[in-house]
Design a protein around this ligand. Sequence first.
Ligand SMILES: Nc1ncnc2c1ncn2[C@@H]1O[C@H](COP(=O)(O)OP(=O)(O)OP(=O)(O)O)[C@@H](O)[C@H]1O
Ligand SMILES: [Mg+2]
Length: 241
Amino acid sequence: MQVDVSGIPQRVTPDETPIIEAVGVVRTFGKGSAAVHALRGANLRISPGRLVALKGRSGSGKTTLLNMLGALDRPTDGAIYFKGNDITRWSDRQRNELRRTELGLIFQSFALVPYMSAYENVEFGLRIAGVPAARRKAYAEQALEFVGLKARMKHRPYEMSGGEQQRVAIARAISHRPSLLLADEPTAELDSKMGLQVMKVFKDLVQKEGMTIVLTTHDPAIMEIVDQVYALEDGHIVEEG
Ligand SMILES: Nc1ncnc2c1ncn2[C@@H]1O[C@H](COP(=O)(O)OP(=O)(O)OP(=O)(O)O)[C@@H](O)[C@H]1O
Ligand SMILES: [Mg+2]
């Protein structure tokens, strides 16, 4: 048993700190009568090593929230804590650094560079992330191996299925070994079989690598697979267990 000599209440284990937390997050687009209240005080608390889904009807604010969790956008009011630090107070430089090192982002449309092979797409991502050249080859190959595409790494996106392209996008997003992966409707453009392949990769990342993943989805089959589901309604978040 540890004795607390400081007199300051301490957390029992560091794991109790959420990896990402939204507190009273408000996001309003525009002003006056044209204002859109996308989020009206959203709260979210996610522990490390979990696979979490964010659901809600179109326009409910899923992408808006994900962009703020990913330090791509700032709330109008409220705070976002990453590992206990309020990143809404950070400078643009600090936020860029956070994105480059700790975060991985995946979009619905894969966003691969069409004339680059799978390997080059991943390697390019590492270059942008500032990973030294000496490490890029190994990191890129390991990430492609993780998603089951090492044998196809010389192929270009148009030579691959939608599921394979999304797995390349996942490899690119995880190659710099982020602790938090944010994915906006990563299976929306895939059929159910390919969608399950992608979900299997996400499950493995959580279980084998201890990564935390927050994804948005409309798919009820995916809500069955994840550890935790949050629903966005009228700019607020309701936890569904
Ligand atoms: N840059 C913007 N300027 C103005 N309004 C915006 C902007 N981005 C989003 N909105 C509005 O905020 C609301 C939430 O949008 P958001 O994209 O977060 O919804 P969503 O839940 O991701 O929807 P979908 O399921 O269709 O992707 C919508 O009413 C949208 O029109
Ligand atoms: Mg969206």
